[in-house]
Design a protein. Structure first.
Lengths: 273, 400
């Protein structure tokens, strides 16, 4: 959890806005540090978290979270965290083994044309049983997805992913008043001229930007590679806040550290001042 | 409290201090924990490449090499990787659809084995001689005496991995000592599957055979630790080319557009749970669809691209006369840590010396011609000085 980002977003684990859909995207940079931020943020807030870890293994998320001061294994044992390890689950399907023990959440791998219904059913089941007075801590449910683009790589169509996110939005944000964070990773350059046959992740980004309420767009520096500034984050509130005009935008530069990240206004890095 | 403890320690002439060792940490020849994040790493066989990707290739990760146009340098890096495995006693898995894996193994570069023994006295003598020489030479350039020697080749302070002589081939005795599993697609039976999985048969067969080797060889991380652990080096040549039955390279809208990415996802899943790492080469210059290439890079942990000057107009450009090509770092690994070790800068070039492949920082050669105009720099400096002193001195360039 990065305190500086909380200050920027005006939230804290004790009081945060419910029913939000936060979209994290990146281009020529890596935004996965924000996923770790939100994971530790919502675990500290006592929410019941459903994490779809498609890009990395559980041990990776656990090792990073440990540095941020949250233990995923403990959260998992308490029942606060429900972790779907995509890498582990997909292997049985990809190798053609039929196992009854694994969940059916990744059944789309057998035939991507079917869509993500099974995955949605997994999410629905895991977020909605928090109301049974489990050890979730009583907070609202939260859905985190690390990398929707992995789904595209596995052959799922953009339309199916958008359907999936829409259903999740309706269930998690609207019905259960919970929050949702999704990560989309895009290509190096924006292709303005090729609107006709637009590439998958670009179309996905546009579709999700339409659905979400807050976007965090991470980019590499336009001036190129720098050791001391890792990139810039554009924060854009889409829905109107009470006392602020709609579609407010802010731009920050960031640097990732060993145990956190620092955010600062453009040009005010300690390396250049 | 501290004083008696000290006296007791000194009377026994041995302290109770013991170096803290983690018994859990498995020690396998040819591997070592990374300095930065404690990951178990192995050498790729190219010392400068090790340095570039953070000390070495972490166990459980994939290194993608985007091929140069004639696939000569990328093929060489793959052979270096395999040769390092042979010398460290690791087990190998080599898959190819073009050359037979046994043929590739026969062309591994010969190691320079006795370099430590012969190197150090020679180096000492060289340094002595160098000092004598420097005493004469430095009289002129005394200002530069204390400056460190400029080292362009990337290298870490401690040695890891071996050096190879690419002009010679590895002796068959050394080579045959290593346990190598070969996967040669034309000789491998592939059954056509009726499922509608995005994987095509060749990749599915390859994934299954890697999985079998990992299971049988005991590289599985979940398996109980048997007699002695070893690591498996996986080399995959020219994935995505037409010979693998993939149409990624020949069409704009390939029918199997997700076959390779699905395979890489499965490969990552296999490697993360086992003691193995993979180096694969992909002819990226043939892949038209940039979105697919981006997905491929993201599914590999490390990615570098070799851009050779062969066949391009840069070959004859005097700016690049010292190098054979440029090296682009596409992706640095981000495993078990928030922060990644970024390279100092991204202007890198590779060159093939007589015996060795190295990666260096790109430097432009000095312009030594007589007609070179050096006036402009003086003018620039003058202008800058004017800017800082803000017009306190009158200058002829400024004309109000």
């Amino acid at each position: 959890m990065f305190a500086e980002l909380n200050a920027i977003l005006n939230t804290s684990p004790d009081s945060f806005k419910q029913g939000e859909f936060i979209l994290v995207s990146d281009r020529r940079a890596d935004a996965s540090f924000l996923v770790h931020h939100f994971l530790s943020f919502y675990l500290r807030a006592g929410c019941k978290v459903c994490f779809l870890g498609l890009a990395q293994s559980f041990s990776h998320y656990n090792a990073v979270s440990q540095r941020l001061g949250v233990s995923l294994t403990q959260a998992k044992e308490k029942g606060q965290l429900l972790f779907l390890e995509g890498l582990k689950e997909s292997l049985d399907v990809l190798l053609g083994r039929t196992s009854d023990t694994g969940s059916r959440a990744l059944d789309f791998l057998r035939d991507p044309a079917v869509g993500l219904r099974c995955l949605y059913e997994f999410v629905q089941a895991s977020v909605s049983d928090s109301g049974d007075g489990g050890e979730g801590g009583g907070g609202p449910p939260v859905l985190l997805v690390d990398d929707l683009t992995v789904l595209l790589s596995l052959g799922v169509s953009v339309g199916s992913v958008l359907d999936f996110s829409h259903y999740c939005h309706a269930t998690v944000c609207s019905q259960l008043k919970g929050n949702m964070v999704m990560l989309v990773r895009c290509e190096g350059e924006e292709d303005e001229d090729e609107d006709g046959d637009e590439e998958g992740s670009e179309r996905l980004l546009k579709g999700l930007t339409h659905q979400c309420s807050l976007t965090l767009h991470v980019q590499g520096l336009p001036t190129g590679f720098c050791r001391d500034i890792h990139g810039q984050v554009e924060v854009c509130w889409r829905k109107t806040q009470k006392d602020k005009p709609p579609n407010q935008k802010k731009l920050f530069q960031y640097k990732v550290h060993d145990k956190g990240a620092s955010f600062f206004a453009r040009g005010t890095s300690s390396a250049v001042l | 409290m501290a004083a008696p403890m000290k006296s007791v320690g000194s009377s026994f002439n041995a302290t109770s201090f013991q170096k803290k060792t983690r018994s859990k940490l498995i020690s396998i020849p040819g591997t070592r924990p990374s300095v930065q994040n404690g990951q178990l790493i192995v050498s790729t066989g190219v010392t400068s490449l090790d340095y570039l990707i953070g000390g070495g290739l972490a166990v459980g990760t994939v290194l993608l090499i985007e091929e140069d146009r004639y696939n000569s340098y990328s093929h060489m890096v793959l052979k270096y990787f395999m040769a390092e495995g042979v010398l460290c006693g690791h087990e190998l898995f080599l898959a190819s659809a073009q050359d037979h894996p046994d043929d590739i193994l026969q062309e591994l570069p010969a190691p320079i084995l006795d370099d430590i023994a012969s190197h150090s006295p020679l180096e000492g003598r060289m340094q002595l001689g160098g000092q004598h020489a420097s005493q004469d030479a430095m009289k002129i350039a005394w200002r530069y005496q204390n400056l460190p020697k400029v080292q362009t080749a990337l290298a870490s302070s401690s040695r890891f991995g071996h050096y190879y002589d690419i002009s010679k081939k590895m002796e068959p005795e050394i080579r045959q000592a290593a346990n190598c599993y070969a996967f040669y697609l034309p000789e491998h039976p592939t059954e056509s599957s009726a499922t509608r999985s995005p994987l095509i048969e060749s990749y599915s067969a390859l994934l299954q055979s890697i999985q079998e080797v990992i299971r049988k060889g005991g590289f599985d991380g979940a398996a109980p630790p048997s007699k002695s652990r070893n690591v498996l080096r996986i080399g995959l040549q020219s994935l995505g080319s037409t010979l693998w039955g993939d149409d990624l390279c020949c069409r704009d809208n390939p029918a199997h557009g997700h076959a390779l990415t699905t395979f890489l996802y499965g490969l990552r899943a296999l490697l993360r749970s086992s003691l193995s790492m993979a180096v694969l080469t992909i002819p990226s210059h043939l892949i038209q669809n940039r979105a697919v290439m981006g997905n491929i890079i993201r599914l590999c942990d490390n990615a570098i691209a070799l851009e050779s000057f062969k066949g391009s107009d840069r070959e004859t450009n005097p700016l690049y006369k010292d190098y054979h090509g440029l090296l682009h770092v596409r992706q640095v690994p981000r495993l078990n840590c928030l922060l990644t070790e970024l390279p100092d800068h991204k202007d890198l070039a590779f060159k093939l010396k007589r015996k060795q492949f190295t990666i260096e920082r790109l430097h432009l050669p000095p312009d030594l011609s007589e007609t070179v105009s050096r006036v402009s720099r003086g003018e620039l400096a003058g202008a800058a000085a004017v800017g800082t002193t803000c017009g306190t001195s009158s200058n002829k360039h400024l004309d109000f």
